[in-house]
Design a protein around this ligand. Structure first.
Ligand code: ADP
Ligand code: MG
Length: 310
């Protein structure tokens, strides 16, 4: 695993401001006298047009992060902006507009995404009609979106005639009805088998390319790494690792592989993977030794020579 830190202020950074920017983001839930810190200093950047996934154990803060990005919840401290809009200082009226125009959201529970008494097409038309679209225009865009998710032949089916995977594809079309630049999905394949889940990710990929929409998907499924540009892992309310999908060519054959990095935050903190800590039996402290081009980490009780560079 490599350590990875973007250079702030590098040319790429200046010309290509991230679409989503979270810095030192905190969310604290207060219940009576108990405080739960769901996000603790989370840093995340997402490029415009990126298709990325967030993975992490249950309770690590994935839904909290997504709800904040969706404008459904407000952060306690830190910075969070989407498309240049500051999510901490938005007025309630701006927030309503933001949710309506700037983000589409897909929930894990299919039943939460679709209305049972409307056909697939009517479900997709509804948000557009509510937003003042001409019925003809709503119908035509509804068709386009359902075709894009592979449901061109299911326009007039009601949800109870559709499989779970088809219902989630309707949900994705609904989320994109008002043409938001950002699509957020919280474990959209959590209730589906892996084959169906893979089809859903196929739909995300083609929408990402054809509709130029930035997509952030929270998932439990480790197999999705092959289908997205980047996977970030969240642990205890912070991003711990990032892994990038790379393609290399040997002759005519393409090989897909992943490069995993530990994320280094602005204060120089990085999370050592739990498996490493367990293997080395590192608990509260570790010894570090600077070598010419790398740093070695040892359990506390091991005596080490400080290297030539120290
Ligand atoms: P994930 O989606 O990764 O499973 P969540 O973002 O739902 O994690 O939760 C992160 C932490 O915040 C958990 O400890 C959870 O119990 C807590 N939490 C989430 N929502 C609330 C809430 N509304 N009130 C109190 N605690 C919450
Ligand atoms: Mg969750």
């Amino acid at each position: 695993m490599r350590a990875y830190q973007e250079q702030p202020g590098s040319p790429a950074d200046l010309h290509d401001q991230p679409y989503i920017l979270c810095e030192d983001l905190f969310k604290i839930y207060k219940q009576e006298d108990l405080e739960v810190v769901a996000l603790r200093g989370l840093d995340l950047k997402v490029r415009r047009g990126e298709l990325m996934a967030i993975v992490g154990a249950s309770g690590s803060g994935k839904t909290t992060l997504l709800n904040i990005l969706a404008g459904l919840d407000t952060p306690s401290a830190g910075r969070a902006s989407v498309g240049g809009r500051n999510l901490l200082t938005m007025t309630p009226a701006d927030m309503v507009q933001y949710r309506r125009r700037q983000v589409g959201f897909v929930w894990q529970q299919t039943g939460r995404n679709v209305l049972a008494y409307l056909t697939a097409l009517q479900n997709v038309e509804l948000p557009m009609i509510l937003d003042g679209f001409e019925p003809g225009a709503a119908r035509s865009r509804g068709r386009t979106l359902l075709e894009a998710v592979g449901l061109g032949d299911r326009l007039d089916s009601r949800p109870d005639r559709l499989s779970g995977g088809e219902q989630q594809r309707v949900a994705i079309a609904i989320a994109l009805a008002n043409d938001p630049p950002l699509l957020l999905a919280d474990e959209p394949t959590g209730e589906l088998d892996s084959q169906t889940a893979s089809e859903i990710f196929g739909a995300f990929r083609s929408l990402n390319q054809d509709f130029d929409v930035t997509i952030v998907v929270v998932t439990h499924d480790p197999a999705i790494a092959n289908q997205v540009d980047r996977v970030v892992a969240i642990r205890d309310g912070r991003i711990s690792t990032e892994s990038f999908r790379r393609v290399s060519f040997r002759g005519r054959e393409a090989y897909v592989y992943h490069e995993e990095y530990a994320v280094v935050d602005a204060s120089g903190r990085l999370q050592i993977p739990k498996e490493y800590l367990d293997r080395l039996d590192v608990k509260e402290r570790a010894r570090l030794r600077m070598e010419r081009d790398h740093v070695e980490i040892y359990p506390e009780e091991i005596e080490i020579d400080q290297g030539p560079d120290s």
